[in-house]
Design a protein around this ligand. Sequence first.
Ligand code: ADP
Ligand code: MG
Length: 254
Amino acid sequence: MSRIFCIANQKGGVGKTTTTVNLAAGLALTGKRVLLVDLDPQGNATMGSGIDKRALDPSVYDVLLESASIADTRRPSPQGGYQVLGANRELAGAEVELVDLPHRERRLKAALEAVRADYDFVLIDCPPSLSLLTLNGLCAAHGVIVPMQCEYFALEGLSDLVNTIKQVHANLNPELKIIGLLRVMFDPRITLQQQVSEQLKAHFGDKVFNTVIPRNVRLAEAPSYGQPGVNFDPASKGAQAFVEFAREMSQRLG
Ligand code: ADP
Ligand code: MG
């Protein structure tokens, strides 16, 4: 049975999509069966997996509105070695349309039941908000992976997310927990980043993953080639860090 994880942080541009896409590809390299769910209307994880978001029909939007199944919607990432439940702008409408529907925050969870046996891992790329879409992700998941940059306000921003996770845990999904915090876009030459990194470890202990993802331009270039960085330039420091992170994740889960 699969383990289902959300990659979440309500801030934009912190590396959620890069983490989701490259963790999916890294796990696929080790022989794991992976489904990536794109829950962001920007569709960056879809495009970064090599799937044209403009040509998606159906998409995760139809799955949430129960007009399509995941089995009919998923597609293979051409280079990534995993499958993708893609998203595009249409998904922004789901936010409004779901509000009046029953079980509005459990739609993704219900849809995943039918395909859970097909995967070792389901990775959900969340939008940069604590919205109904993110709530669908958190209700469906066993755990949350939080990518973060080691910047001055990083810890402050984290408390909103931690509170949301606590609320979802208490009211909607007792299985939910934080799996770990992943330091991304890390530059060891910047003293402040080292300091914040130490603060993170002092605060969150072994909830901080050992693997650190460096700032690496190849990771930023890869999406424009429709490939995870892990496949685009396997020798790059960024790719190697994500392969290492995939290994750490698998080990942590036992
Ligand atoms: P989010 O999904 O949280 O909005 P992204 O994963 O899209 O964040 O990352 C934001 C930007 O930073 C993107 O342009 C991405 O290519 C770039 N980026 C992410 N991680 C790295 C990294 N480790 N090194 C260099 N650039 C990165
Ligand atoms: Mg994103």
